[in-house]
Design a protein around this ligand. Structure first.
Ligand code: SAH
Ligand code: SF4
Length: 441
């Protein structure tokens, strides 16, 4: 029997889907080449915004109509609970975000319909990886306890739990032995690693004298042979400490990029959201990173149209974004999620106004992205090759440490080009979202 996993949502979901693929293959199922070819389709769902949930449910409906064995996993399942079978009466199985390790057994037992919403992890399901590739996601923290007013994630992904450092390090060493060179550590709020539960054994000491669990983890991963780049996401601004900045400065493998969702530039809105930082505190965190390295890449998430967001609040967001000089940003139109605190407030910014604010911020980011990237023209970027450029296969594409996309003429580089190989590219041209250059040496 052949299966396929279809993923919606964030990198956490991408990672969970990869684990499911690995577990399914270990259980004797074969990965299908296409949807037509699959007997079993597993859809990993997102529910952070209403639209995301509808996409996953719609896709499941199509798969049921195509007579596949259809399963839904992930965040939308947890939100809907048993109601998922009201929306999709012929769905075969549904499993919540922490129970994906049960999927191979559910499929082989074949007793449908089946619903699993438990919070207990299936042992070892977190460290299952598909072979091949030089980049890998590694989950270090599950759930979230922050409870931002608008966010449904804590309800569906459960309480915050940090995996023990020795478990994370064993997983990364094993990946490195299989050829992985770049790891991206995942969690809703990775800088809170070790805040809720202890992660280091009492007899383990930090050679560099780090006291905070997350910088210590960066230090330990830096020492894993074979790992060349360390990334992580997502980060809550409160966790951007002096030790973290010091770790960026001391560990060259730690990429100088931070995705630091700000959500709003208005103190009034930030306080209503329960974000626990001010505009000023946020900007000083960004300043510390740019003092370390003016090219430090900072990216963000912003919500427009939060309940009660006035034109003045919105202007505050615009000016903050310019002051922070974001290298990239993701703008979301507010959508109330059932059960969250802000869902009790009137969703009073009209849809057209949300759309307008979205467009304004997107246009600002185009201009700002171009400005930021223009400063890099003439510099040489250290890039790891990802493969032919999607837009133009005569070009190769890769990313620099700042997570910036860099493209260059493939004929400048030896072929066949190994994916994951390092390249040095001199930048000749800047766009808002990409850098164009030529290979040196
Ligand atoms: N844990 C991550 C974010 C997870 S959700 C963090 O805190 O950084 C990803 C993004 O979706 C958030 O940063 C936010 O900008 C957006 N988002 C979350 N809930 C939303 C909602 N109800 N409406 C619109 N956007 C939302
Ligand atoms: Fe949601 Fe806030 Fe947790 Fe991020 S930190 S997942 S936005 S509650």
């Amino acid at each position: 029997m052949k299966f396929l996993v279809h993923t919606y949502g964030c990198q956490m979901n991408v990672r969970d889907s990869e684990a499911v693929e690995s577990l399914m293959v270990a259980a004797g199922y074969e990965k299908a080449a296409s949807e037509d070819d699959a007997d079993i389709v597993i859809i990993n769902s997102c529910t952070v915004r209403q639209k995301a949930e509808e996409k996953a449910v719609g896709k499941a409906g199509n798969m049921i109509a195509a007579r596949k064995i259809t399963g839904l996993m992930g965040c939308a399942v947890k939100r809907m609970g048993a109601d998922v079978f009201k929306r999709l009466p012929k769905l075969d199985f549904a499993v919540g975000p922490r129970s994906f390790g049960l999927i191979p057994r559910i499929v082989s037992e074949g007793r449908f319909p089946r619903l699993e919403l438990g919070d207990g992890l299936v042992p070892d399901s977190l460290s299952a990886h598909v072979d091949g590739g030089w980049q890998s996601f590694v989950t270090i923290l599950l759930g979230c306890d922050n409870r931002c007013s608008y966010c449904i994630v804590p309800d569906v992904r459960g309480h915050e739990y940090s995996r023990p450092a020795r478990e994370v390090l064993a997983e990364i060493s094993a990946l490195a032995k299989r050829g992985v060179r770049e790891v991206c550590l995942l969690g809703q709020s990775v800088l809170r690693y070790g805040a809720r539960n202890s992660v280091w054994d009492a007899d383990e000491a930090s050679p560099g004298g780090y006291t905070e669990p997350f910088p210590r983890l960066l230090e330990a991963i830096s020492a894993v042979p074979g790992i060349e780049r360390i990334r992580f996401t997502s980060a809550h601004p409160k966790g951007c400490t002096r030790e973290l900045v010091r770790a960026y400065g001391e560990f060259p493998k730690v990429c100088r990029h931070l995705h630091l969702p700000v959500q709003s530039g208005s103190d009034r809105i930030l306080s209503g959201m329960g974000r626990h930082y001010t505009r000023g505190e946020y900007l000083s965190a960004v300043r510390a990173l740019r003092e370390l390295d003016p090219e430090f890449s900072v990216t963000t998430d912003v919500i427009v149209g939060y309940p009660g967001e006035t034109e003045e609040d919105f202007e505050q967001t615009r000016t903050l974004m310019d002051e922070a000089g974001f290298d990239n940003s993701f703008i979301f139109k507010y959508s109330p999620r059932p059960g969250t605190r802000s869902a009790a407030l009137p969703d009073d910014v009209p849809a057209e106004e949300k759309e307008r604010r979205d467009q304004v911020l997107l246009a600002d980011q185009e201009r700002r992205g171009l400005q930021r990237n223009s400063r890099l023209v003439g510099t040489v970027r250290e890039v790891l090759v990802e493969g032919p450029s999607k837009r133009n296969p005569a070009r190769l594409s890769g990313r620099d440490g700042g997570n910036r996309i860099v493209v260059w003429d493939a004929k400048d580089s030896p072929r066949p080009f190994a994916s994951g190989a390092p390249a040095r590219i001199r930048i000749t041209q800047a766009h808002a979202q990409t850098l164009v250059g030529e290979a040196v040496d």
